[in-house]
Design a protein around this ligand. Structure first.
Ligand code: AR6
Length: 181
């Protein structure tokens, strides 16, 4: 699925974010930046220990990363040169959940733009271990990214979904947005 928004190609695909050939990939991390399962585990496994060594330095400096915020490291052995680690909210049905989730996408794009990245891939943040329902999270993610393309224009944003169901939801939403352009 491909759509064009302003000057940015926005794509959704079914796949593994750790093998994407983009300038940066986004990690759905935890606030301790300590690694874990899901996409976080996959990124550290393929990227190798250099990523955690950089996170150790960031932890020593700032303690961790609160929900909604993001930090950046190199990509280690990944094809991507950078990993942006952002921390999604643990879903609780609170009004702050969509705000924090949107902030993950906005702050990741801000960091990417500040470092001169042109292509960036996102996973579906918070919708695994953190239990944010994908039907509620996907519109928040897409709206946050499309809004942030004005201040932080990139050449390509790639949403990499790990299940056919998630991919279907993103495709439908992006197609509907595209008709409004
Ligand atoms: N490529 C793309 N998406 C993936 C991949 C992959 N290789 N692997 C999993 N996903 P989760 P969260 C999808 O649990 O909910 C970790 O332990 C997955 O199917 O990775 O934000 C952290 O350390 C789901 O749709 O992230 C935190 O403690 C999505 O990625 C906690 O989990 C997000 O699922 C963060 O939980």
């Amino acid at each position: 699925m491909k759509a064009k928004f302003r000057d940015t190609l926005v794509t959704a695909l079914l796949g593994d974010i750790t093998v994407q050939d983009v300038d940066g990939i986004v990690n759905a991390a935890n606030s301790r930046l300590a690694g874990g399962g899901g996409v976080d585990g996959a990124i550290h496994a393929r990227g190798g220990p250099a990523i955690m060594r950089e996170l150790d330095v960031i932890r020593a400096r700032q303690g961790g990363c609160p929900a909604g915020q993001a930090v950046i490291t190199g990509g280690g052995n990944l094809a991507a040169r950078y990993v942006i680690h952002t921390v999604g909210p643990v879903y609780g049905g609170r009004p702050s959940d969509p705000e924090l989730l949107a902030a993950c996408y906005t702050n990741s794009l801000r960091l990417a733009h500040g470092r001169g990245l042109r292509t960036l891939a996102f996973p579906s943040i918070s919708t695994g271990a953190y239990r944010y329902p994908i039907e509620a999270a996907a519109p928040v993610a897409i709206a946050a990214v499309l809004a942030a393309l004005a201040p932080y224009p990139l050449a390509e944003i790639r949403f990499v979904l790990h299940s056919a169901g998630d991919y279907g939801i993103y495709s439908r939403l992006l197609a509907a947005e595209g008709r409004l352009q």
